[in-house]
Design a protein around this ligand. Structure first.
Ligand SMILES: NC(=O)c1ccc[n+]([C@@H]2O[C@H](COP(=O)([O-])OP(=O)(O)OC[C@H]3O[C@@H](n4cnc5c(N)ncnc54)[C@H](O)[C@@H]3O)[C@@H](O)[C@H]2O)c1
Length: 363
């Protein structure tokens, strides 16, 4: 089992990564002296595919324990679902000495995390991510929340878990499209670190599609370490943490215009491709560097729907991005390995150029 520490001023926590972590849960709760009144909040697909493993673990548990199953899909990140969780907690007499364990992808993690952050002003939380995306991204860093009036993540809180337990055995049942979605964030991290990780992912991407344990294990470890380092240095996104938004201004506009019918990671890959073209257009990288950096995201097969939305519609969404300041669209761009430019501005012509180039190049 590997360990990475997220070091924060008053709420540091470890991320444990490895195969077979779920069966060690009881011992880990003891070791980290966590509350024994537990509510598992579990994604319905995870419950279905990993029923035996989960049920075995639950039966061996001695304290108070219940399971709340969350319907798969973004719709579950709602007030309605949150209210049901609060009611379930109250009906089953959970108090301040409780612990929520979120077992699922980003949807379950964000919802359960926000429930933990708000129930009785905050109860203990463990994330047990089960998708590649949640293992490398959403379970780390303390962002929790729900959607509101069709707006993503409008209501939420920064709330750090006590532990993040990444059991790589969950990955075996993930469909290929979910792997691709997680790879979007992995690819993002390769631009944030030194060139070694970029080259490793470039060389081993095909093996990741085939669920190669060693390669995926390395992808997860390196990505989680990068995210942990960034979050440790900027817990509430006041500066450095913005580098994690590489490709995301574009990605949100693709997702919104396609009514979230594409996966987040797919949108992120298209967003990174667009951000790279914009980096070249604004003179940050040479034509030669652009070709080199594009060689990784262009390896991934993306939904061709990404070619559909028109520039006006995409630009409109970007203008209303909640990360904008003083009415200006802010981009995260690349100027070299590990060299990220924050709050970059670009005119509409350059942005249109970057998106059109992305559309011409994806396959
Ligand atoms: N909090 C953050 O920092 C942060 C960061 C990035 C994304 N997010 C959020 O995360 C969400 C996306 O997360 P996601 O991509 O994990 O999606 P998800 O939680 O919807 O899971 C994707 C699909 O995989 C299924 N699934 C989960 N684990 C499985 C397994 N082991 N085997 C088979 N199927 C499995 C789920 O039922 C679902 O159908 C979005 O709501 C996004 O806003 C949050």
């Amino acid at each position: 089992m590997k360990k990475i520490d997220v070091l924060l001023r008053d709420s540091s926590y470890p991320i444990l990564i490895g195969s077979g972590i779920l069966p060690k849960l009881n011992g880990l709760l003891e070791k980290y002296k966590l509350n024994r009144n537990i509510l598992f909040i579990i994604d319905e697909k995870v419950m279905e595919y990993h029923n035996k493993r989960i049920v075995n673990e639950l039966y061996s548990y001695k304290g108070k324990m219940n399971c709340y199953v969350v319907k798969q899909g973004e719709k579950s990140k709602s007030y309605l679902e949150l209210n049901k969780i609060y009611s379930f907690l109250l009906k089953n007499n959970y108090g301040r000495d409780s612990l929520i364990i979120a077992v699922g992808g980003g949807v379950t993690g964000d919802l359960a995390g926000y429930a933990a952050a708000t129930f009785m002003r905050g109860i203990q939380l463990i994330h047990m991510p089960t998708t590649l995306l949640s293992m490398v991204d959403s379970s780390i860093g303390g962002k929790t929340g729900i959607n509101f009036e069709d707006k993503k993540n409008m209501i939420g809180a920064f709330y750090q878990p006590k532990l993040v337990l990444i059991d790589s055995d969950f990955i075996n049942t993930l469909p290929e499209r979910e792997i691709i979605s997680g790879l979007g964030e992995v690819i993002k991290y390769t631009y944030l670190a030194d060139e070694k990780f970029f080259l490793y992912v470039l060389e081993n991407l095909d093996k990741a599609y085939k669920n190669n344990d060693e390669v995926l294990g390395q992808f997860i470890y390196n990505s989680a370490a990068i995210k942990a380092e960034v979050v440790s240095r900027d817990e509430k996104e006041s500066g450095l943490r913005k580098i994690l938004n590489l490709g995301h201004t574009f990605a949100h506009s693709f997702e919104t215009n396609l009514k979230f019918k594409i996966k987040h990671g797919e949108a992120v890959i298209a967003g990174i491709i667009s951000a790279l073209f914009l980096s070249q257009k604004t003179g940050l990288i040479s034509d030669q560097d652009l070709k080199y950096y594009l060689s990784l995201p262009l390896k991934v097969k993306l939904p061709l729907q990404l070619k559909k939305p028109g520039i006006e519609n995409l630009y409109n969404v970007m203008l209303h991005d909640k990360k904008n300041r003083e009415g200006k669209i802010k981009f995260v761009l690349v100027s070299g390995p590990g060299k990220i430019i924050l709050d970059a501005e670009a005119d509409k012509k350059a942005v249109s150029y970057a998106i059109n180039k992305m559309k011409q190049n994806i396959h």
